[in-house]
Design a protein around this ligand. Structure first.
Ligand code: IMP
Length: 199
């Protein structure tokens, strides 16, 4: 293998299909920089509390892993999974629990870690679900917020980046389970040769 082909690491290839392309919206370095600030903001509000992070699978995995390392002090985590019904990229707001929490959150300081806030319908369901379990504090951190898409009356306590109404992938976010491994947050663009999800 030549030095050049070694240099062209597999990370450089986004793995897109015909008709799909990606454009970097937020480079990984900028994400990491913002996570340091978010970690400080959260710790400023809860300087000594043990924090229990709850990641919403699967989009939040890299976000949670990186954010957790920016939070000093005692930190634990758990994950849950939900599915939203709808067609294509639009949700009907009907949410179903796929994987429940492993441990009780009663009396704990809980930080819900979500990849992206879109209509807000998923978060609305989750907040009701968590509130019933009587945590001591319940806060929400989202990496991305598509502010103009909001339907439900919910907001995040900590937001990484407000973004325009475009479909984004990478840094954990997917399209049809692909692109999660891109290090940057990217806009997914469809050309004439793009196959449909079912195609
Ligand atoms: P909401 O219930 O409409 O707020 O949708 C939240 C969920 O929809 C997120 O957790 C994502 O899984 C998914 N989602 C919304 N917008 C995007 C996007 O631009 N890219 C990838 N997934 C998205």
């Amino acid at each position: 293998m030549s030095t050049n082909s070694k240099k062209r690491s597999s990370r450089a290839r986004p793995g897109h299909r015909p008709g799909e392309s990606v454009r970097v919206l937020i480079p990984n370095a900028r994400v990491k920089q913002r996570l340091r600030q978010l970690g400080e903001e959260i710790r400023r509000d809860f300087p000594t509390e043990p924090l229990h992070l709850i990641g919403v699978l699967k989009g939040s995995v890299f976000f949670l892993a990186d954010l957790a390392r920016e939070l000093g002090g005692e930190v634990s985590f758990d994950f849950l999974s939900v599915s939203s019904y709808g067609s294509g990229t639009d949700s009907t707001g009907e949410v179903k629990l796929i994987k429940d929490l492993d441990v009780s959150i009663e009396g704990r300081t809980v930080i819900v870690v979500e990849d992206i806030l879109d209509t807000g319908l998923t978060l609305k369901y989750l907040l009701r679900f968590f509130e019933e379990k009587k945590p001591k504090h319940l806060r929400v951190v989202v990496l991305l917020d598509k502010v103009e898409r909001r339907i439900a009356d919910v907001h995040a306590d900590y937001t990484g980046f407000p973004i325009p109404n475009e479909f984004v992938v990478g840094y954990g976010l997917d399209y049809d389970e692909r692109y999660r491994n891109l290090p940057d947050v990217c806009v997914l663009q469809f050309g004439p040769r793009a196959k449909s999800k079912s195609g």
